[in-house]
Ligand binder design. Structure first.
Ligand code: XMP
Ligand code: MG
Length: 179
């Protein structure tokens, strides 16, 4: 893996493709065990989760469904602050076992909004699976049930994650170069 430049920023190799694949193997085994008889509905958060969603689902030999949503953020009234809306959730999730798929959980602000929106529709259960978690940055109480890889508080790209649109297609994970 060589260094890459995306727009004006330089990134260095951090985790190889095999290491990422190995971590997803372990996560998938846990999900398969926990959801064997539940026909879960996976809800991937676009755009970043497409890679993780695909890699996870091809490892699952249990009955399951998948759909994708987008999160649109806009500023509401002063009291409500930033409001987030889930776009594209056409499935009925009432009574379903839902597993949200994220590329990365950083501060957790995004996942909090997603969980609120999903719980309004009364699924039987909602869990979160994320390819990456930054434990030093995460400040919320909601448990992140399945995490493939924990990483330090650095900006990363690759395996679905982007810098201003670029880098999602890079195999493995790259981190912002220090020099
Ligand atoms: P929060 O802070 O809401 O952030 O948990 C989640 C969203 O922020 C983006 N994000 C990143 N994107 N490299 C990226 O390419 C990163 O290191 C990174 N950290 C956060 C991402 O869109 C995620 O869904
Ligand atoms: Mg994202």
């Amino acid at each position: 893996m060589a260094n890459v430049t995306l727009h004006d920023m330089h990134f260095e190799p951090y985790l190889g493709e095999a290491e990422v694949a190995h971590a997803i193997d372990a996560l998938a085994a846990n999900v398969a065990k926990d959801y064997a008889n539940k026909t879960p509905l996976f809800v991937g958060v676009l755009n970043g989760s497409y890679f993780f969603a695909s890699e996870l689902l091809k490892r699952l030999d249990i009955p399951c469904e998948i759909t994708f949503v987008k999160v649109a953020s806009y500023h509401g009234t002063v009291s409500s602050g930033t409001v987030s809306q889930l776009i594209g959730l056409n499935e009925r999730i009432a009574g379903r076992h839902v597993v949200v798929l994220e590329d990365i959980v950083d501060t957790g602000n995004t996942i909090v909004h997603i969980m609120e929106a999903l719980r309004e529709q009364q699924p039987a259960t909602v869990a979160i699976a994320s390819l990456l978690l930054k434990p030093e940055a995460y400040k919320k109480d909601i448990p992140i049930d399945y995490v493939a890889l924990e990483i330090p508080n650095v900006f990363v790209v690759g395996s679905g994650l982007d810098h201003d649109g670029l880098g999602r297609n890079l195999p493995g994970i790259y981190r912002l170069a220090t020099a």
